[in-house]
Design a protein. Structure first.
Length: 382
């Protein structure tokens, strides 16, 4: 096969799915991109065995003759093309699967390609459910929950994001048992109930691509009990779902939280960032002393004998209390809230703390999307 493609177009496509290409000593062929030419459509595929991603490029000049499928070393190809983004590239695949790349300014490059016979095939979805979802809903669901997922390989269910359809709506959930995020969109309410756990790597890749699209597009989704596929624009993603039962997250969310704290999000976030410099790096523990008009935030590292304290104004209704929180977890939560003010709902210092966006103007209006975050307290050490 022979075709011409602009370097910037090819580089953008390779970069978008490069996250699936990594060193694999067991099955080295997945260290390559799979190139396929069908008519004037160039299809590029990457896989890490769990996820397969495909991006299509429509070409003006292509000759699908001879060898029309080839595997090309992923890392080296991506690096080279990244240096040729201002030039059109002429790519020719020889009968021995070697790949010649030429530029108009006299550049000539050659890769030892590989027969793609053993390259993983695109995952096929049989007995599937089908639905469409707005890209904005998917991006928001991913970005608001993925930071809360676990990295514990012994709890694989918590290493992904739960996607749950029910009469309440579409719910995204992420948790690592120290923090929890639940984002619910009532626009996608269904009569039946179904749920699946999406792997983190696939979500990160799709989120990066969808976030770069300047319009709200429809994403087609197909899934069955073990696999899921996403189609949008010239992309096709398919992956295995995480097996197992997701934790009963609703049971972890306390419903009786009489103590309500309203505070400016940015003021609190900047204060927590400064105070966290003085925490013990093993615990990241900060102390909140909450009174009706102010919060006293403190941290101390006994080992280094460093300590800090700040006061910020707030509005608080409830019993005065002192609660310990993890500065790192709290910072992550606040970074994912977009309103000017934030609400903390608490019962006791040893019970989970509920954090939600707070907007005075919209608090009484019906919202299609609601965000709830939870952070577990830490035991205060004197």
């Amino acid at each position: 096969m022979k075709f011409i493609v602009h370097g910037s177009t090819l580089s953008r496509s390779l970069n978008s799915i490069m996250g699936l290409v990594s060193k694999n000593n067991t099955i080295p062929i997945v260290e390559n991109f799979l190139f396929e030419l069908n008519g004037k459509t160039l299809s590029i595929t990457a896989s890490d065995l769990e996820t397969v991603a495909n991006v299509n490029i429509e070409l003006q000049d292509a000759e699908p003759i001879g060898i029309t499928r080839v595997c090309i070393p992923g890392k080296d190809l991506n690096t080279l093309v990244g240096q040729l983004t201002s030039l059109p590239l002429t790519i020719f695949v020889n009968e021995d699967f070697s790949v010649d790349i030429a530029t108009d300014n006299g550049g000539k490059y050659n890769f030892k390609g590989i027969d793609p016979e053993d390259y993983p095939q695109m995952i096929q979805i049989e007995d599937k459910n089908e639905f469409t979802i707005k890209s904005s809903t998917l991006v928001n669901g991913i970005s608001k929950t993925i930071f809360a997922t676990s990295n514990d390989e012994f709890r694989p269910q918590m290493a992904g994001v739960l996607c749950e359809f029910s009469p309440k709506g579409l719910t995204f959930v992420g948790t690592d048992s120290h923090k929890l995020v639940r984002l619910r969109n009532t626009s996608y309410a269904t009569d039946d109930e179904r749920a699946f756990i999406l792997p983190k790597k696939t979500l990160n890749l799709m989120n990066k691509i969808l976030s770069g699209i300047n319009e709200d597009i429809e994403v087609k989704v197909e899934n069955n009990i073990s696999n899921i596929a996403f189609y949008f624009q010239n992309y096709h993603f398919a992956c295995r779902l995480i097996e197992g039962k997701y934790p009963q997250y609703d049971a972890a969310i306390p419903t009786d939280n009489p103590n309500k704290l309203i505070v400016a999000k940015n003021s609190l976030l900047e204060s927590v960032k400064r105070i966290s410099i003085f925490t013990n790096q093993a615990t990241n523990q900060i102390r909140f002393e909450v009174t009706p008009k102010e919060i006293i935030i403190q941290a101390e590292d006994v080992d280094s004998q460093n300590k800090a304290q700040e006061r910020i104004t707030c509005s608080y209704e409830g019993e005065e209390m002192t609660i310990g929180l993890n500065a790192k977890y709290l910072t992550e939560i606040l970074n994912n809230i977009e309103t000017e003010n934030v609400c903390f709902a608490m019962s006791r210092p040893d019970r989970p703390c509920i954090v939600t966006p707070f907007d005075e103007e919209s608090k009484d209006s019906e919202q299609t999307e609601t965000l709830l975050m939870l952070v577990m307290p830490v035991i205060l050490m004197n």
